[in-house]
Design a protein around this ligand. Structure first.
Ligand code: PLP
Length: 400
């Protein structure tokens, strides 16, 4: 911990609302997989700003695109055409197999708000005023603003802010009977993360997601997939649903979209793309020139560097090593996830201590609750780096 840390931590405690229990480190620089603190100490980053910096830190192509745009035009609002915005929408549509239209916003929670509003408009047009209800999964996470929080399936994050929005029900993940029973004439959409992230890295079963798609078609309900954490090659394909072979009607994007800059999007296809008209939704900043230029540069680099293939290959290596730790130590009861979105379930409730001990060893990992440690490295991660992680984890699991 460097000298500057103390001063920043003091200011933070004095002047920033304490909505986060921050870790005792001040990162001042990053490059690829690496972060550096105010003492110049190097860390390997297995969090990537909670799954946002998929290309790695300080990627030169994104930095250049942003710098050029900053000197050209920063902001005019959504009242006008903007260079790069429409091109970005086309690029996203192509990445997702074509036939999509985008609404741009600034974060994952805003993508959830946009998707919820779109689904309600679609439902009302389809089956009348009552058709506004959304079924999502227990343990899901869709964001912190009120509609996104209402869609979220975690009482611990919701209770203090009741009353929530009406019209949301939650069912256990991977239970198709429960989902089928929850759908009524008033249901306009099913909203799911292909792999639940903040809930603890729980993937949808392959046959479950395929059955959800069939159910949505049979019952005339939109399938909304929250790809905020799984998107942009995190699990291998550009979007996780492509790995499942299950195309949604609507998807939510953020995090990796602009490699760490605040960006979000709702993508809609088919009749869902006709649900919103002028005046129905908006954002002052969404899809602005700088973010759109950054996002285009991000996507180009993710594709050119074949980072989806790397996510699958390195993810497989990391998974095998984590499974080996599970078998050898007994300290891990389960390894979950897809691609480079992985987590271990610990036998004992010591995830926070494990993450803290890894940080002391220069390896940045993220604890979810008491018993889950999550790994979301930049997708440039190599097997040399995952070996450093698993060595640290082995030592720490033996020690704490
Ligand atoms: C699946 C998912 N949806 C939505 C969100 C909310 O995104 P944001 O924090 O950008 O509002 C997150 C954030 O972790 C997420 O993982």
């Amino acid at each position: 911990m460097g000298a500057h840390y103390d001063e920043i931590a003091r200011l933070d405690a004095a002047y920033v609302l304490p909505t986060y229990a921050r870790k005792p480190v001040l990162f001042v620089r990053g490059e690829g997989m690496r972060l550096y603190d105010d003492d110049g100490r190097e860390y390997l980053d297995f969090v990537s700003g909670i799954g946002a910096v998929n290309l790695g830190h300080a990627h030169p192509a994104v930095a250049d695109a942003v710098a050029v745009q900053m000197r050209t035009l920063v902001h005019v609002s959504n009242l006008y055409q903007v260079e790069h915005r429409a091109a970005l929408a086309e690029r996203l549509s192509d990445l997702a197999g074509g036939g999509w239209k985008a609404f741009f916003c600034n974060s994952g929670t805003e993508a959830a708000e946009g998707a919820i509003k779109l689904a309600r408009r679609w439902g009302k047009a389809r089956r009348g005023e009552e058709c506004v209800e959304i079924v999502s999964a227990e343990r899901s996470f869709h964001g912190r603003t009120m509609a996104a929080l209402s869609a979220t399936g975690q009482a611990s994050k919701q209770e203090a802010f009741a009353p929530l929005l009406p019209g949301f029900t939650h069912v256990p993940l991977n239970d198709i009977e429960a989902l089928s029973a929850a759908i009524t004439e008033r249901t306009c959409a099913i909203m799911l993360e292909p792999v639940q992230g903040e809930g603890g890295v729980y993937p949808c079963d392959e046959d479950y997601l395929a059955a959800v798609r069939r159910l949505c078609d049979e019952r005339d309900v939109l399938l909304v997939l929250d790809e905020v954490q799984t998107g942009f090659f995190r699990t291998g394909p550009a979007f996780a649903w492509q790995g499942y072979g299950v195309r949604p009607d609507v998807m939510m994007l953020a995090k990796g979209l602009a490699n760490g800059l605040p960006a979000g999007a709702v993508l809609a296809s088919g009749t869902a793309a006709e649900a919103l008209g002028p005046g129905d939704h908006g954002s002052t900043f969404g899809g602005g020139p700088v973010i759109a230029a950054a996002a285009l540069a991000t996507i180009d680099a993710l594709v050119a560097e074949r980072l989806g293939e790397n996510a699958l290959a390195t993810g497989a290596v990391l998974r095998t090593a984590l499974e080996e730790i599970a078998t050898r130590t007994g300290a891990v009861t389960e390894v979950r996830g897809r691609g480079l979105m992985l987590a271990v379930q610990l036998a004992e409730p010591r995830a926070q201590a494990v993450a803290a001990a890894c940080l002391e060893r220069g390896v940045v990992v993220n604890a979810i609750g008491d018993s889950i440690v999550r790994f979301l490295p930049p997708l440039v991660c190599s097997s040399t780096e995952t070996a450093i992680l698993t060595d640290a984890l082995s030592a720490v699991l033996g020690a704490v």
